[in-house]
Structure formats: C-alpha cells, structure tokens
Design a protein around this ligand. Structure first.
Ligand code: WT7
Length: 654
C-alpha cells in the first residue's frame, strides 16, 4: 500500500481527537508502552478500573500450565451483575438499554431496570429447573430481546451458554448439543426474516429426536411467530410461562474470573467444529476496553452492531460489551434488504445511531443495491448522527471502504476496520478512531496491549513489507481458554510445535507496510473459507457431501467473489457415471439442498462441478492448488508433471 500506489490517508479531525478516549498517536503509543513495560500491570490496572469484582484478584497472568493460560484466576465476579446491576446502581436504571426493531419495523425499548428484572426472572426460572453453575445451556434463537435475556440469564447463574446460529440445521444443532452435553435448550417457535416467518422449534425438535441429545431435560420456547407449535409435556415450556411467577430479584452466582462464560462453535480446517471456550473476567475486560478504545463509546452514544448473536461479534458487541458500558444499543431482527435496501440507513436516521458496526459483505451488497436504485442510496437519508463506522469479518476492499466513508460517514466518520476472531474474544488489530491515520484496506495497528507479529515458518519475525504468518506473542485476557472436550486440539491448532508452543497461530496471513508497519490481512492460510464473513471449513462441507448416497468423493475450495468475499466451489465424483446437461443440473440442486440440510444454507456450494475423478498426484493426494485455479476459471499455469490424470482437468473446468 506504500510507494507504487498513491494512498490516501485519512486523519482524525482535531475536533474528534479532542474528545476521544485515545486522543492522538502519542496517547496510543503511551498505552502500548505502558503494556510493553509492565504487561501484567497494564491489564491489571484496566481490570481493576473497568470491572466490578466481588472478590478482588491478587494473581494476574498465570503461565504455569502454558498454553492453558489463566487471568485474574482468584478474583470473583459476575458478568450479568457487571452489565446490569452496575448500571442500575449508578442511576442509569431508566436509561434505554435496548432498542429492538423487529423485521416488521415495530420498535420496543427496554430500560436497564427492565432488562435487569427480565434477566433476573429468567435466571430464577432456569434455577427453578435445576440448571446450575457450570451446566451448559444451548440457545437457538432469533435476534430478539429474549435472546439477550437468555444469554445474560445464563451468565447470572453461572451456566455456560452455547449459542447456535438460527440458520444452522438440525444436524448441526444436534452435534453442538451433544458435544456441549447441554442440559437445557432455549429456542423460539420461529423467526421473522425479510417478511417471512421461518420455523425454529420444529428444527429443534428434529435435532432432539436424533441420537446424542438425551442430556437435554428442559426446552424453553419463546413465542415469536405464533406458529402452531407442538410442546412435549414434561420437557417443553413457553418462555413467558417459565418467567411469569418468578421473582425479579436474583442473587448472581459469583464465579472465578476463569469460569467458562460461554462456548461458541466455529469451523476449523479439519474435522468437526471446535467449541471455543471463553472466560468470565478476561473476556469481559476486553469487551469493555474495546468498546471504550475502538468505539470511543460515550454515555449518549447509540450503538448498533448488525451481527447476529449467533456469532462472536454478537456476543462481544451486542450482549456483553455495550451493556457493560451502560450503552443504548440497537438489536435488529431483520435483514438489510427488507422492505428495501435502505433499511440500515433508515434505522440509523430513525434511532440516531452514532456508532455503526457492520460487515464488508453487507456494505458491498448495499452498494450494488444503491447503484440500481437511487432511492435506497445512503445519501438520501439523514445520517448526521453517525460519528464512527466499523467493519468486521473479512478484509474490506479499498473501494468499498471509500464508498462507506463518503456515502455513509459523510467523509466525517473514522472507519475502524477491526481484525479479530471467535478465538480472540475481542479486537486485536484495529485503528483508534481519534488517533490512527487510516489507510483503506488496512486494519492498521494492534489494540493497545495486544502484541502481534508477522513471522515465517520457523516463528522468526519477517521484515516489514514481506508477507508471512500472523501470530500473537503473548497471552491476552480475552483469549480462548481451550477447545471444549478437546484440549489436545486446542494446543495443536493454536500453539503448534513449529513455534515451540510459544506463539498463538491465528490462521491468517498478513503483511506489514514497509514504511508504517500497518497490518493488512491477506486471508486464511488454512482450509477455512470466509463466505459473507461466515467461517466455513472445507472439510466440513466435504464430509457433508460424501455423506450423500450418490457421492463417492468431493473436494471443496474457495474462489474470490465480488459480493460474498469468497464463494464455495465443490468438485464432486459420483458413484455412478459423470452426469451432464439436465441430469447434472438436477444433481447439483439435490446436493446443494443436502448440504443446506446437513450444515445450514450458508454452507451450500455456489458452484458444483463433476469429474470422473479429482486431480491427484501419483501418491493419491488431491491437488488443491489446481482446483483453486480451476475454480477461478483460470488456465492451469502450474506444473502438472506430478499429476497422475491430467485429462480430468478438462472435465472440471466451469
Ligand atoms: C476470521 C475470523 C470476529 C469477527 C467475526 C469473524 C477474518 C475477521 C477481519 C478483518 C480481515 C478479518 C479472518 C479471521 N477477519 N475480521 N477486519 N480483516 N479479515 O470471526 O468467524 O472467528 O472469523 O475472519 O480471516 O481469522 P470468525
């Protein structure tokens, strides 16, 4: 991004800088230096200032059982208390916590006092069912106030929640319930999206009818669509009935800072999804600190993160971070294109949103919509309430960045391009809006206190300007603690022997600008795809495909896509003969539907191609590099001399 191209740099205005939490680069560097000089002292100071502890900690970082690090382990606190009671006790009881906008446009506001009451009742209901500290509770819910209440309710009694995104299939839900060994499932009759009502409870019922879910004793069902719903006697209860007679006072369960607040399943490069286990104290600390530094959150801000609570972004920047800061936030049930593609802009205007956080894939689709229909162009709306814009989930291409900056932010609002992961819990590399000069397409510099580097295969730092592997050099408070049920996989995945177990491997490639040291993420270095900001393992999709009776073999790769970032391309060998024409079309449909049913609609391959075989080396290894070129529609320029069956390439061209 330096030299050859002319890069425009966007500096914060003096006025913005004046009131910013991190005001100017000197302030940013001072924070980094504080952490550099006394790493534990920096995090401990923040943990004392930003969290309310029932029992103060005396230990900070415990590295004795590396890489199973502990932070503030002898301290005790409760996350729900820190999010809700703390605001009410500080006199913010009547402040609006959540502005919920339904798919239909209906708006419901909940104050901190009301939210505390609703969470307490729900927590009491869970306790009444015998759910206790350390039990796992799976939540399979739409974007709703009840969804947030369910998560906070679990946190209040020390139950570990595991959210399964409402777009996942019965099979995917079953796998996660079984792996977590959950005792209760919280769901809804259905969900509204884009003007349509979609079922949830029937999918939950299907999951529970499969093997491995008999740990579930209670199912709590929120009423959302009013669809006719079967309730199994002795197991199922309506959400409203469960909370009806409960007290609105619920003593929080005080837990160790290391207590698992949640498990969230995410895709890896091999095998089944991994249950990323997060802590209580360290996690909440960085959720709050990033709200303060990255989003510069102030008491009168209206914050809107458009993610779903089913992803980590929704955990940290909907359920926990904003509430722990006493912020007013938007929770949105619907989709960006209903009733039209001006929905986001209209909502920003109506609710006077000041900090807006969304994904590049949404921006790209709204650019396209605005190009086709000027009435949904952001400049047609009053977006003057905005002061900060955020981006997350995948690299944002410079042209989308500039469009977002000019048309949504009115060339006035800094864009924070936040790089992080399910495993990191909170932002890792991101601009500070009142300090960092912005360069479109770069997530710029590490969050104060986070120590990242770009290294080669041996773990040695490479010079700026040279691409390499992104690692984190020191444990950080909000980091993943382990993979639920699989500590060996945790060590192998994130602290590999290649780096003597000393560096956290993010799984992304990165390059630092040769002059500024700014980071640009160059994409995953493993077999993980990023489709519309959703993480998908190629192996997971391959396993789903080969589970179909007609499929003998399958290989899945990604291909760049203008709208979704990456698109899924599957190369398939059928057990019978290779289909062509209409027959091929029918099998493609069948396989897409099948994958949708096995994993969820987001995993459906966009492009499926059939061959009599896959390109393999003489030793039988699938040559994925060739498949990636074929997927892009490129001529094969690579060396194919080790290829056993070159004739197959012709069949696999798009
Ligand atoms: C992967 C993590 C936690 C955010 C939601 C996704 C990619 C994420 C950026 C960014 C470039 C990004 C990486 C990362 N990614 N944010 N700002 N710039 N790439 O969480 O599902 O755990 O995916 O998303 O590849 O490893 P996730």
């Amino acid at each position: 991004m330096s030299n050859e191209q002319q890069v425009r740099i966007y500096n914060p205005t003096e006025e913005f800088k004046k009131n910013a939490a991190v005001s100017g680069m000197d302030a940013y560097r001072a924070l980094c230096k504080e952490a550099e000089d006394d790493y534990e002292g920096y995090w401990a100071r923040n943990a004392r200032e930003l969290l309310e502890w029932k029992k103060p900690f005396t230990q900070v970082l415990d590295e004795s059982n590396s890489p199973f690090f502990k932070w503030f382990a002898d301290g005790e606190l409760n996350v729900s208390y820190n999010c809700l009671d703390r605001q009410v006790n500080a006199g913010l009881g009547d402040k609006v916590a959540i502005i919920f906008e339904a798919d239909s446009g209906e708006v419901t506001k909940v104050t901190y006092k009301e939210l505390l009451s609703r969470v307490s009742k729900f927590a009491n209901a869970l306790r009444g069912m015998g759910v206790k500290k350390g039990d796992r509770v799976v939540i399979y819910m739409p974007m709703s106030i009840e969804g947030v209440v369910a998560m906070q309710g679990c946190a209040r009694i020390g139950a570990t929640h595991s959210i399964v995104f409402g777009g996942f299939s019965a099979q995917a839900l079953r796998d996660r319930i079984e792996d977590a060994g959950a005792v209760a499932l919280i769901t809804a009759d259905g969900q509204h999206r884009g003007g349509k009502a979609m079922p949830l409870k029937p999918i939950a019922d299907e999951a529970l009818s499969l093997n491995g879910c008999d740990t579930i004793k209670n199912v709590i069902v929120a009423k959302r669509t009013g669809a006719a719903t079967e309730m199994k006697a002795g197991r199922d209860v309506w959400f409203d009935d469960a909370v009806a007679d409960q007290s609105d006072v619920c003593e929080p369960e005080w837990v160790s800072a290391e207590h698992p607040l949640f498990i969230l399943y995410t895709s890896g490069s091999t095998g089944k999804p991994k249950g990323v286990q997060h802590s209580t104290g360290g996690y909440l600390l960085q959720a709050i600190l990033s709200m303060k530094y990255t989003f510069d959150i102030k008491p009168d801000d209206v914050f809107w993160c458009t993610a779903d609570i089913g992803w980590v972004t929704g955990h940290t920047y909907i359920t926990y971070g904003p509430l722990a800061c006493g912020t007013t936030e938007i929770v949105f049930e619907g989709v960006p294109t209903y009733p039209d593609a001006g929905r986001f802009w209209r909502m920003i205007q109506d609710h006077k949103v000041s900090v807006f956080y969304t994904a590049p894939t949404a921006i790209r689709s709204l650019i396209k919509a605005a190009d086709n229909n000027p009435t949904v162009h952001p400049t047609k709306y009053d977006l003057s309430s905005l002061r900060i814009l955020g981006s997350v989930g995948e690299p944002i291409n410079p042209s989308a960045w500039e469009w977002y900056y000019e048309n949504v932010g009115g060339s006035r609002c800094p864009i924070v391009d936040t790089f992080w992961q399910t495993e990191t819990g909170a932002h890792m590399i991101t601009p500070m809006p009142g300090a960092t000069p912005l360069v479109p397409g770069s997530c710029t510099l590490p969050f104060p206190g986070v120590q990242v580097a770009v290294v080669d295969e041996t773990g040695t730092e490479v010079p700026w300007g040279q691409g390499g592997i992104l690692v984190v050099k020191r444990p950080w408070p909000a980091m993943i603690r382990t993979i639920w049920n699989d500590p060996d996989r945790f060590v192998k995945s994130y602290y590999p022997a290649d780096f003597q177990g000393k560096l956290y491997l993010a799984g992304d490639g990165a390059i630092r600008d040769k002059d500024t040291g700014y980071f640009t993420i160059t994409g995953r270095i493993d077999d993980v795809l990023n489709v519309s900001g959703h993480r998908m393992g190629t192996m997971e999709i391959e396993s789903a495909l080969v589970a179909h009776e007609k499929v003998a073999e399958a290989a899945v790769v990604g291909r760049p896509d203008d709208l979704t970032g990456e698109a899924i391309v599957a190369f398939v060998v059928l057990k019978g003969s290779r289909p062509t024409g209409e027959e091929a079309k029918a099998v493609i449909k069948e396989l897409q539907t099948w994958v949708g049913h096995e994993i969820g609609p987001i995993a459906k391959p966009k492009d499926i191609r059939f061959g009599e075989n896959l390109p393999k080396t003489r030793s039988g290894k699938i040559m994925r590099r060739l498949l990636r070129q074929l997927a892009k529609g490129e001529e094969i320029t690579q060396d194919t001399s080790t290829l056993e069956n070159p004739g197959i390439l012709e069949q696999l061209k798009g």
